[in-house]
Design a protein around this ligand. Sequence first.
Ligand code: 86X
Length: 478
Amino acid sequence: MAKKQTLGLNVKKNDNLSEWYTQVVQKAELADYSSVSGCMVLRPNSYAIWENIQKIFDSMLKKTGHKNAYFPLFIPEHLLIKEKEHVKGFAPEVAWVTHAGNTKMKERLAIRPTSETIINESYAKWVRSWRDLPLLINQWCNIVRWEFKYPKPFLRTREFLWQEGHTVHATEKEADKEVMDILSMYKDLMENYLAIPVLTGKKTEKEKFAGAVYTMALEAFMPDGKALQMGTSHMLGQNFAKAFKIKFLGKDEKYHIPWQTSWGISTRMIGAIIMVHGDDNGLIIPPKIAPIHAVIVPILFDKSKEKILKKAEEIKNKLKDYNIEIDKREEYSPGWKFHEWELKGVPLRIELGPRDLEKNQVVLVRRDTGEKNSVKIKKLNKKIKQTLDKIQKNLFTKAKSFLNKNIVEVNNWKDFLKAIKAKKIPKAFFCGEKECEDLIKFESDGATSRCIESNKEAGKCIKCNKKAKYKIYFSKSY
Ligand code: 86X
């Protein structure tokens, strides 16, 4: 039977998250499929969210001395394979340009799957002395990884948008600090703007980026019990510097090999925003990243139409600090419009009818709770600020308590499996051995380590019973 095509969603979030997600993406006009499998169109509604995320994080980067630059999309093969570790395992995902017109190229060009190599080729020329350090460069760009797993808008696409930072430091200590500074900037962005709580910590040897000495990660927890990696910050040590022969003359007049970091976040985060905050009526955009803060829906009758529209404009003009939209369409009923803006996740709705006009008030409706309040127009500016703050806090608090509720400390394998089956996040002692982690994944039907919570604790590995190295979170993941 053909599915009924309605404006609203025809599946509940808790009944089928995956189908719910697909419908929200489509019906809220966030993304669309294209004729290239795995490559999605970012429609204005999601691109505007990405622009807001860019603005926020870019300003954090500028404040901490980072500068933007742009490096080529194409990476010649000899460059890409210079640092062998980082290509390991990824080779099947690299997309290549092999021809110009009908002529085969002498050397094929990779479409960047990440830019360490092309950037370090430049760094080898630019880094001469200690005065050139630290070198703190960021680039906003697109990335191509030709994956073969089933694509999912924002979460797994062959092309995506991200920022990648690549830094060079004189000492190991400074590079370590950069890795941690970026990690806390990412956490700030995710928790205080996207309203998504994250677990942060080091990755195990098995899960770290092969080109790195260690990897720090930020992990969010989705309603279906799967973790979603939201970002990574890598300590590259001297791996790339050695491969690309980067060296600098120190204050001591001797040559030294510098220390490097790289880090990234991507449009994948938009997938997390959809899944974490959305409800049965659709998307809910956290106010701090919402392209539209409030929509005014005028209740139009022939008699009072002009007055109402005039007042709506007046209200919009007074609310200069916010992005306000007036929905003037006459071919749709107010109720229809309410549903549409709810579906699209706009944090606030302002209803304005003839009775409200008489009383110099509007009805203010929260997207997250549905709560309605009559507000005097005089007090609207202040009330909107307060309410947006409340929505922002409420979204984070709800997500945070869901995360906390789902972390369970376990100390035997039976309870570990129980927790995974129940779609929770077991926290357990672990020996850190790759073979043991492989076994855990196999026997738990796909659970992997997410990030290390602490490494000071003494205990026995949840799986092999040998001496544990640390306490760590496990779960299935996207
Ligand atoms: C790992 C490492 C790192 C800068 C980040 O995680 C953040 C931003 N880069 C990225 N990675 C690869 O190195 C890689 C390499 C090849 Cl050749 C590939 F085809 C896919 C890859 N995917 C991830």
